[in-house]
Design a protein around this ligand. Structure first.
Ligand SMILES: C[S@@+](CC[C@H](N)C(=O)[O-])C[C@H]1O[C@@H](n2cnc3c(N)ncnc32)[C@H](O)[C@@H]1O
Length: 328
């Protein structure tokens, strides 16, 4: 990654993004299916949970990923959470599955969850757990150096590429010196896949990229973490780099998730189920339009993908980053 090339690439990419965003909205507007058109508002965000099935998907995903990592967190914070008087923040917490489990396990620590959508429990929750409805793109409403542990999972399709640096800066700002930050995202690359899933996924990736999100943000974070002299003229990258330089003891860990029960056993079966909930519910209002096809043909394509998973040992990766804020 070089400076002037990177700047040219990023400006080309940003104009491409604008064009493809326009294209994606045009595709929506030109859709043959007027019935579906009436029910979709292109200005609404598809990443915000819209129904019970989305919430169920996030909960199932949480339990599967926790099983894959075999832990609630990778940072060395267990003793701090046990000792009491610690504070923990989960950003983009969704229904709060991680917070509900962890706040019960560490009753002497105070937990907070922030989400743009009020999908978290309002009444029935442990006393040491508080939820706040807020858009993290507007900053985090806590003082500097408040938390011992800050985490953010699965926001790569929600945040615009240029929001990452500011959001990570905020996470580090509210973290106490000596506290840990942890971020987990899927790699959004699928390996050993057949032609049907390749087609479906490339449309999904194109669509999500057209919204301004960088679906492959893990590559960027990883390359910045791994390049002490990372040089760029993009202000976003400079900010991200400066923020990450306030961190020490940085780790990256990758776990593989198989897709489909035939090759991937129970985990593969559950992950295929999760993909099904995503394609058959979460993006059902948008992806067929983007692909310029009917909902029926799109669902048929997803069925063919499921058949394909029986013949291909497909898999993807989850990547976790964690690091400690340096003492001031
Ligand atoms: C894929 S879910 C992940 C939920 C949770 N972190 C987990 O691992 O199960 C993404 C969550 O981020 C929330 N979100 C998206 N954009 C946000 C924003 N700008 N501010 C706060 N929350 C946001 C969504 O409402 C959604 O609940």
């Amino acid at each position: 990654m070089g400076n002037s090339n990177s700047s040219r690439n990023s400006s080309r990419k940003s104009s491409r993004n604008k064009i493809s965003k326009k294209k994606s909205l045009q595709k929506l507007n030109n859709s043959e299916s007027t019935k579906q058109q009436q029910t979709y508002d292109p200005s609404s965000s598809f990443q915000i949970p819209k129904n019970e099935q989305d919430i169920d998907r996030m909960q199932l995903e949480h339990f599967l990923f926790q099983h894959i990592w075999q832990c609630c967190f990778s940072s060395p914070i267990e003793q701090i959470l046990k000792a009491g008087n610690a504070k923990v923040l989960d950003v983009g917490c969704g229904p709060g599955a991680w917070l509900l489990g962890t706040s019960l396990k560490y009753p002497l620590t105070q937990f907070y969850g922030i989400d743009i959508a009020p999908v978290f429990p309002k009444e029935i929750k442990p006393e040491n757990l508080e939820f706040i409805q807020s858009d993290i793109a507007n900053g985090i409403r806590f003082d500097d150096n408040t938390f011992d542990f800050v985490r953010m999972n699965l926001l790569s399709t929600s945040l615009q590429e240029d929001q990452w640096a500011c959001v990570i800066e905020e996470l580090v700002r509210v973290l106490k010196p000596g506290g840990y930050i942890e971020i987990m995202e899927p790699e959004f690359q699928f390996y050993n896949i057949g032609p049907y899933f390749s087609k479906l996924n490339s449309n999904l990736v194109d669509f999500i990229s057209s919204t301004g999100a960088n679906i492959h943000i893990t590559q960027k974070i990883e390359s910045i973490l791994n390049m002490p002299n990372f040089q760029t003229s993009s202000q976003t990258d400079v900010n991200l780099c400066n923020t990450l330089s306030k961190l020490t003891d940085i780790h990256t860990d990758t776990r593989t998730i198989p897709i489909g029960g035939v090759h991937g056993g129970k985990i593969g079966k559950i992950y295929e189920e999760l993909l099904g909930m995503y394609f058959e519910n979460t993006v059902l209002d948008i992806l067929p339009w983007y692909m310029g096809t009917s909902r029926e043909n799109y669902l048929e394509l997803w069925k063919l993908c499921q058949e394909e998973f029986k013949n291909y040992a497909s898999f993807t990766n989850l990547v976790k980053f964690w690091g400690k804020k340096v003492a001031e």
